[in-house]
Design a protein around this ligand. Structure first.
Ligand SMILES: Nc1ncnc2c1ncn2[C@@H]1O[C@H](COP(=O)(O)OP(=O)(O)OP(=O)(O)O)[C@@H](O)[C@H]1O
Length: 137
């Protein structure tokens, strides 16, 4: 059992569609601790750093546009094995493949323009969490 922290972003669709409360409530229901939270308008340089592994992908310009289409909420969440738990809570990347009961399975869908608007981002490892927390806080 490892005490960890993770970064979550509630993406612009989550904020616009009124799901900030749904996301926070699920974190609180699991008794994880939110240690920091802020609303930000993401800059292109923050997103290029955050998605450094994806900048050369053909879909990346759409990701940039989507992630800058409105404010996002950044949260630091603390708890035992919280990184895997919050990823599990978020569900699969593609909303139509995300199980019901997960955040993406319950509150997100694909759209015809090919942008995957999937509500939240969550760190996938302790190293990513540290790196991403440094970008957003
Ligand atoms: N094939 C694709 N087509 C369109 N957008 C994509 C595609 N793959 C990834 N993306 C976008 O880039 C983001 C990051 O992709 P990644 O593969 O890291 O998925 P993830 O770890 O589930 O998502 P995130 O990093 O946002 O939590 C996705 O959330 C999505 O918005």
């Amino acid at each position: 059992m490892t005490e960890e922290q993770t970064l979550m972003l509630i993406k612009p669709d989550g904020v616009k569609n009124g799901h900030i409360g749904d996301v926070i409530s699920r974190i609180e229901h699991r008794n994880y601790e939110i240690t920091a939270m802020k609303m930000v308008q993401a800059t292109e340089s923050q997103l290029r750093e955050h998605y450094a592994a994806l900048v050369d992908k053909p879909f990346f310009p759409k990701t940039l546009k989507y992630m800058q289409s409105g404010p996002i909420i950044a949260l630091i969440i603390k708890g035992t094995n919280v990184i895997a738990a919050i990823r599990e809570m978020s569900g699969a990347t593609v909303p139509s493949q995300a199980r019901s009961g997960t955040l993406r399975g319950d509150f997100a869908r694909e759209w015809p323009d090919g942008t995957i608007r999937n509500l939240v981002h969550t760190s996938d490892s302790p190293e990513s969490a540290q790196r991403e927390i440094g970008i957003w806080f």
